[in-house]
Design a protein. Structure first.
Length: 95
């Protein structure tokens, strides 16, 4: 399968919203409680307004059984494409 290099990788919140939450058959309230998050914080993640932090990746990995690395990779891939380097690093010099 060919990869489309111009497509921004999927935000982890979209994976939760579109795939995992419906498959669980649970409500946002139930998932927020299992993740020890406020419902508002989970809604922000599902709306792709906030990132998956390393701490949240641990919680998601435990709840879904796929490990923190899965969530960290999703977030890193999304961040790498949605916030490309500005080029200012070219002027940086080692300490």
């Amino acid at each position: 399968m060919a990869r489309h290099s111009d497509r921004t990788p999927t935000h982890p919140g979209a994976v939760l919203r579109e795939d995992l939450l419906p498959a669980m058959g649970k409500s946002v309230t139930d998932l927020a409680a299992r993740l020890a998050l406020s419902e508002a914080d989970l809604l922000d993640l599902l709306a792709e307004r906030t990132p998956v932090t390393p701490e949240l990746a641990l919680r998601l990995g435990a709840v879904f059984g796929n490990g923190a690395a899965f969530w960290n990779r999703l977030q890193a891939a999304h961040d790498g494409r949605s916030h490309p380097p500005s080029g200012s690093y070219r002027n940086a010099s080692p300490g």
